[in-house]
Design a protein around this ligand. Structure first.
Ligand code: S3P
Length: 428
């Protein structure tokens, strides 16, 4: 499928963005380990979360879908069954990495795989520390690519300093730590999203944090939860940028998660001159939530460096769109992790923006954009990556001629209704 977008009038009104993908995965996976039923309201309905649900069902977990609410019948920490088939994680890095940690603790054999993109993503980052804990885990390409074969059980205690900033790896280790002999310590020099820590703590896991050190100790059981999943700030990001760029826009995004480990997009856009207000901030289910009100404003260039990158890593493609319109030069540094996402997002952003007439230079760990020229129009590729497709959709709203986004169906990974929502928010 391809989608054609051309310049539009101001964005107005309220957009209810889909539920948080990271929290949805964790609700399904952790809920399955609890002693009793976990109720999840507003679970994200998108391909990635369906992959997590299918994998958990493959290990005997019953998940009842009641529309607004889903109920997970927890099997307890030691109740998962050996899957009778390969577990297919689809396009989802979070599913495969979190499950590799969980399965490292199970006394059975399992095989994890995924689609073409997932099978090209690095897994040594999670396999190596799990092997240090004593897990029998192997993979294609000298232990780096899925399919992964896990023969779990008998895990030892370790102290592990994270060489890459990755919430997926951290979460995998914390899950494995639940099954280790004496627990583990994970040292995280660069903070990443902490949804796992918040949720496991709420479920009664023996988890504590002291600065960079996160410690988990085994417990007998986890408590079930009642979770309401907030809106996904990574999906809200497309409207934060779109409404900032199109003059005369004002958009309200209610009930969006504003966890500080995720909200770097708000800091970065404000640093560029954007007008974003966080209203009615409260805590819901252990996560900060607020209504985001964004009004259009002229943007200027910015430099984003390693310290802020983990809190906006998924938003860099759409931030690049904002940087192309902003006056002056922008630089993204210390973001080499972008090269190992659903696609090489540095290459994808540079190829697409150059095709639209933007002055952009690729660097090993980011890009440099000389902004202010905006977009001429043309054909761009999603490279099968949901966030590249949506970022290009936002570019289309301000381009001089139309933009054609190829393989635009990729949005279904995190935001199946994106094209419809973008169309209804923007006036003709
Ligand atoms: C995620 C962590 C991030 C992020 C991904 C979701 C998570 O990946 O890019 O979209 O839910 O833990 P890394 O852990 O690889 O940085």
């Amino acid at each position: 499928m391809q989608t054609v977008i051309s310049a539009r009038g101001p964005l107005k009104g309220t957009v209810r963005v889909p539920s948080d993908k990271s929290i949805s995965h964790r609700s399904v996976i952790f809920g399955a380990l609890a002693e009793g039923r976990t109720r999840v309201e507003n679970l994200l309905r998108a391909d990635d979360v369906h992959s997590s649900m299918d994998c958990m069902r493959g290990m005997g977990v019953q998940i009842e879908d009641r529309g607004e609410v889903i109920e997970i019948k927890g099997r307890g920490l030691f109740g998962l069954q050996e899957p009778v088939d390969v577990l297919n994680c689809g396009n989802s890095g979070t599913t495969i990495r979190l499950l590799s940690g969980l399965l490292a603790g199970q006394g059975f054999l399992s095989i994890l795989t995924g689609d073409g993109s997932l099978r090209r993503r690095p897994m040594a980052r999670v396999i190596n520390p799990l092997r240090l804990m004593g897990a029998g885990i192997d993979a294609r390409g000298d232990g780096n690519y899925a399919p992964l074969v896990v023969r779990g059980g008998g895990l030892k205690s370790i102290e592990y300093t994270m060489p890459v900033a990755s919430a997926q790896v951290k979460s995998a280790l914390l899950l494995a730590g639940l099954y280790s002999e004496g627990g583990i310590d994970v040292i995280e020099p660069k903070a990443t999203r902490d949804h796992t820590e918040r949720m496991l703590r709420a479920m009664g896991a023996g988890l504590s944090q002291d600065g960079e050190r996160i410690r988990i100790r085994p417990v007998e059981k986890l408590q079930p939860m009642e979770i309401t999943v907030p809106g996904d700030i990574s999906s809200a990001a497309f409207f934060l940028v779109a409404a900032s760029l199109v003059p005369g826009s004002e958009v309200l995004l209610p009930g969006v998660g504003v966890n500080p480990t995720r909200a770097g997009i708000v800091t970065a856009l404000r640093g560029m001159g954007a007008d974003i207000q966080v209203l009615n901030q409260k805590e819901e289910g252990g996560e900060p939530v607020g209504d985001l009100l964004v009004t259009s404003a002229p943007l200027r260039g910015i430099t984003l460096e390693a310290d802020i990158i983990p809190s906006l890593i998924d938003e860099l493609p759409v931030l690049a769109v904002a940087m192309a319109v902003a006056e002056g030069e922008s630089r993204v540094k210390g973001a080499a992790e972008l090269r190992v996402k659903e696609t090489d997002r540095i290459k994808a952003v540079c190829a697409n923006l150059a095709a639209l007439g933007v002055d952009i230079t690729e660097t090993p760990d980011g890009f440099i954009i000389r902004g202010g020229r905006g977009f001429a129009g043309g054909t761009v590729e999603s490279f099968g990556d949901h966030r590249i497709a949506m970022a290009m959709g936002v570019a289309g709203l301000t381009c001089r001629r139309e933009i054609i986004v190829r393989e635009s169906e990729a949005v279904s990974v995190s935001y199946p209704g994106f094209w419809k929502d973008l169309d209804s928010a923007a006036s003709v």
